[in-house]
Write a protein that binds this ligand. Structure first.
Ligand code: HEC
Ligand code: HEC
Length: 248
């Protein structure tokens, strides 16, 4: 019998004997999650660089097949594919992620109705849109509680520079006429950069024409509120934000 030439060799790997029978194991999934996913989704799945997974419905993973596919293939460009996981491991992490979504909502201290008033009093709407009101300099907060757990919300309010999202960049541009414009980068290529300032004005500059372009990495226009608000006010505000779960 002649042996098969390399080009005729079967591309299929032999079927794994355990694959068909193995049940997804959420406990094993938890360990994988903590090792590979927590970096972006938070140790408790409450969100970080990636969104909170502690939600009953995941927009991009409506059913188990979609969830496994998201884990296996990632979501370019922000979420990497999990090439290092076997199909069984993927099923186990998926089972664990589903469990995260079943958790009962956190029981939080504070009074959300008071939190709403604190939100209004502290000028948050100068930079955020909530339920259609305010200005969209920072991220919309209508679904803040669906995307972020309370620990993460607290950290942003106390120390916003610690929770700056991956792609966010605050910049300062000195124009040829000597004006200084600070804003959030919307877009950038080799030759141009587009900014939005706090008043909602858009700018597009040719980089070669700017006197100076400072990328204020690690800075954010969001002020820290840890010392402005009392601990009780912070609890109220966090409870209010955590109850913002988007429009049904
Ligand atoms: C480098 C950061 C990063 C890592 C590591 C990462 N993710 Fe993500 N993940 C993201 C980001 C960012 C998004 C949102 C992408 C988008 O919407 O464009 C996301 C989205 C998701 C979604 C869809 C959420 C929804 O609301 O539809 C699921 C599910 C998910 N990730 C699970 C996982 C699991 C499980 C792992 C570990 C195997 C993992 N992710 C690892 C960053 C990451
Ligand atoms: C001067 C503008 C400005 C003001 C005022 C401001 N923020 Fe922000 N906020 C931002 C920007 C810009 C970001 C995004 C960059 C970052 O995370 O630092 C942000 C981020 C956030 C986030 C995180 C959103 C996410 O998607 O994770 C929350 C929550 C938040 N702000 C709540 C508030 C609350 C509550 C107030 C009022 C007490 C407030 N902000 C006041 C500009 C502002």
């Amino acid at each position: 019998m002649r042996s098969a030439s390399p080009s005729q060799a079967s591309p299929q790997s032999p079927p794994s004997p355990t694959q068909a029978s193995a049940q997804p194991d959420p406990a094993a999934g938890k360990l994988i999650f903590e090792g590979h996913c927590a970096l972006c989704h938070g140790i408790d799945g409450g969100g970080g660089r990636g969104p909170s997974l502690r939600q009953p419905k995941l927009v991009q993973a409506a059913n188990d097949e979609a969830l496994k596919s998201v884990i296996e293939n990632g979501i370019p460009p922000d979420m990497p594919e999990a090439w290092y996981l076997s199909q069984e491991e993927i099923a186990s992490v998926a089972a664990y992620v589903r469990r995260l979504g079943n958790v009962v909502p956190e029981v939080l201290p504070g009074d959300p109705a008071r939190g709403k008033a604190i939100y209004a009093r502290n000028g948050c709407s100068a930079c955020h849109i909530l339920d259609g009101e305010g200005s969209g300099y920072g991220p919309e907060l209508t679904d803040a509680g669906a995307r972020r757990g309370s620990a993460r919300l607290r950290e942003t309010l106390q120390n916003p520079t610690k929770t700056i999202p991956e792609k966010f960049l605050f910049v300062e541009a000195a124009t040829p006429s000597g004006q200084t414009i600070r804003g959030i980068r919307l877009n950038e290529d080799s030759f141009t950069i587009q900014l939005k300032d706090q008043q909602g004005r858009f700018y597009s500059f040719r980089k070669s024409e700017l006197r100076d372009l400072k990328k204020l990495r690690g800075e954010t226009p969001m002020p820290p509120y840890g010392s402005v608000l009392s601990p009780a006010d912070l609890d109220d505000l966090i409870h209010f934000l955590a109850s913002q779960r988007g429009k049904p």
